[in-house]
Design a protein around this ligand. Structure first.
Ligand code: XUL
Ligand code: CO
Length: 445
C-alpha cells in the first residue's frame, strides 16, 4: 500500500480458502497457483478489473445523480489531485483483490485539460504515476483504450463524424492512448465505438462512414507498427447503446468489416457478454463465431438482466454460461494476449466500500469454477467426439466429392435420381449433451 490512509479500510488481501469457506471476503474457487489443464489458474484466466465502472462512474443513471462513495470527485478538489487519490484507491483495491491486470480509458485516469497540450501533459503525468503503482504492486495492464464517446464533440461519431476535424481530434487522442498503453506494457489495445453508428439514416451517409472507420483503424494499425507495440489491436462489438445502431454490431459483422478492409490479420475481437445478449446472441455464440473466424482476442465478462433491454454490466454469476464460453476458448488453445476484463459495475444501491470486493470475488470465483468445468469437459472429449461423429459422412466419398469441387449440381442430381442415396434422420441429442455439460459443471472440483 501507499503511505496515505487506506480507502478500503478493514479489508485485507483476499486469499484462497476453498469451496467450504463461509467468509465472503475469501476465494472459494480462484486459486491463482493451482494448475489446471497445464497452466496456472492466474495464467489461464488473465483477469482484470476495469477502472471506469469501479473508480470513475459515480453511480448516476438517466434519472438520478451519483450514489457511490467517490470522495476524490467532490466539487472544489483540483482535478489532478482527484486523479491521484482515485489512482491510490484503484491500486489499493487491485493489490488487495489480487487480480493480475487492470484496464483503463485515457480519461479514466487523467482529466481533460483546457487545451490539447494540457490534456496530453496530464495523461503523461498519470501514466508515470500508474507505472510506479504497477511496479510497486506487480499489477499489469491487460489493455488500454481511449474514451471517444463522453465529450460532446463526439456526439455525431469520432472516426465516423461528418466533420473531419473531429476525426483528427479522435486520431490524436488514440495516438496518445496507444502510446500510453505501450509505455505501460499493455498486452492489447481496444477500440469500442459507441458513437460510431447513427441515430437516423435520414442524415447519415453509410458509405462514407464505413470508409472513415476503416481508414481510422488502418491509421491505428500503422501507428502500432511504427512505435513497436506488440500487443493486439481489438475491436469490441456492440449493437446499440448509446447509438441507435452501432457499426460494430456483433462478431460476425466485425469479421466481415475487417475482411473487406484488409485488416483481418491485424485486428481481433474483444467480446462482451452483455453486448452479445443485446445483439440477440448468447455469449457462447459470439465466442464460437470469433474463434471460427480466427478473430478471437479477449473478453469483457459481465451479464445483463434477462428482463432489461440494456447494458446492465452486472457481475457474471452463471457457471454454466461461462463454462460454455471458456470451453470454446480452451479447446482453441486458451488466451494468448487476451484475458477476462470485468466490465462490471455495482448497482446504485451498493454503496458500501466492500461491495466492490463482493462483486469481484463472486465474478472471479465464477470464472475459476467455470474453468474447472470447461477443462473437465474438454479433457473428457465427450462433446468433441460427438461433433466428430456427427459429421463423419463428410469424410466419406460423397462428402469429399462435394467439398473438393468434383461434384456438380447435375452429378448430385444424377446420383440422387439413380436411387443410391437414402438419408435417414439422426438424433441431434441436444438434451443428452446438455446433461453432459451439467454433469461436468456439477462435478468439477
Ligand atoms: C461499453 C463498453 C466499454 C468498452 C471500453 O459498453 O463495454 O466500456 O469496454 O470502451
Ligand atoms: Co466492454
Amino acid at each position: 500500500m501507499t503511505d496515505g490512509p487506506e480507502f478500503f479500510e478493514g479489508v485485507g488481501r483476499i486469499g484462497y480458502v476453498g469451496p467450504d469457506s463461509d467468509d465472503p471476503l475469501t476465494f472459494r474457487w480462484y486459486d491463482a497457483e493451482r494448475v489446471v489443464a497445464g497452466r496456472r489458474m492466474e495464467d489461464h484466466l488473465r483477469m482484470a478489473v476495469c477502472y471506469w465502472h469501479s473508480f470513475v462512474w459515480p453511480g448516476s443513471d438517466v434519472f438520478g445523480e451519483g450514489t457511490l462513495d467517490r470522495p476524490w470527485s467532490v466539487p472544489g478538489v483540483d482535478p489532478m489531485d482527484a486523479a491521484r487519490s482515485k489512482m491510490d484507491a484503484a491500486f489499493e483495491f487491485l493489490a488487495k483483490l489480487g487480480t493480475p491486470y487492470f484496464c483503463f480509458h485515457d480519461r479514466d485516469i487523467a482529466p481533460e485539460g483546457a487545451t490539447p497540450a494540457e490534456t496530453a501533459a496530464r495523461l503523461d503525468a498519470m501514466v508515470e504515476l500508474a507505472a510506479d503503482h504497477m511496479e510497486r504492486t506487480g499489477v499489469r495492464l491487460l489493455w488500454g483504450t481511449a474514451n471517444l464517446f463522453s465529450h460532446p464533440r463526439y456526439a455525431a461519431g469520432a472516426a465516423t463524424s461528418p466533420d473531419p476535424e473531429v476525426f483528427a481530434v479522435a486520431a490524436a487522442q488514440v495516438c496518445h492512448a496507444l502510446e500510453a498503453t505501450h509505455a505501460l506494457g499493455g498486452a492489447n489495445y481496444v477500440l469500442w465505438g459507441g458513437r460510431e453508428g447513427y441515430e437516423t439514416l435520414l442524415n447519415t451517409d453509410l458509405v462514407r462512414e464505413e470508409a472513415q472507420l476503416a481508414r481510422f483503424l488502418n491509421l491505428v494499425v500503422d501507428h502500432k507498427h511504427r512505435i513497436g507495440f506488440e500487443g493486439t489491436i481489438l475491436i469490441e462489438p456492440k449493437p446499440a447503446e448509446p447509438a441507435k445502431h452501432q457499426y460494430d454490431h456483433d462478431a460476425a459483422t466485425v469479421v466481415g468489416f475487417l475482411a473487406r478492409h484488409g485488416l483481418a490479420d491485424e485486428v481481433r475481437l474483444n467480446l462482451e457478454a452483455n453486448h452479445a445478449t443485446l445483439a440477440g446472441h448468447s455469449f457462447h455464440h459470439e465466442v464460437a463465431t470469433a474463434l471460427a473466424a480466427g478473430a478471437f482476442g479477449s473478453i469483457d465478462a459481465n451479464r445483463g438482466d434477462p428482463q432489461n433491454g440494456w447494458d446492465t454490466d452486472q457481475f457474471p454469476n452463471s457457471v454454466e454460461e461461462c463454462t460454455l464460453a471458456l470451453y470454446e476458448i480452451l479447446a482453441a488453445g486458451g488466451f494468448t494476449t487476451g484475458g477476462i476484463n470485468f466490465d462490471t459495475k455495482l448497482r446504485r444501491q451498493s454503496v458500501a466500500r466492500d461491495d466492490l470486493f463482493h462483486g469481484h470475488i463472486g465474478a472471479m470465483d465464477t470464472m475459476a469454477r467455470s474453468l474447472l468445468a470447461a477443462a473437465s469437459l474438454l479433457e473428457s472429449g465427450e462433446l468433441s467426439r460427438f461433433r466428430t461423429e456427427r459429421y463423419a459422412g463428410w469424410e466419406g466419398p460423397l462428402g469429399t466429392a462435394v467439398l473438393d469441387g468434383s461434384a456438380t449440381l447435375a452429378s448430385l442430381r444424377d446420383e440422387v435420381t439413380g436411387g443410391g442415396l437414402d438419408p435417414a434422420p439422426v438424433s441431434g441429442r441436444q438434451e443428452l449433451l446438455e446433461q453432459v455439460v451439467n454433469r461436468h459443471v456439477e462435478r468439477a472440483r
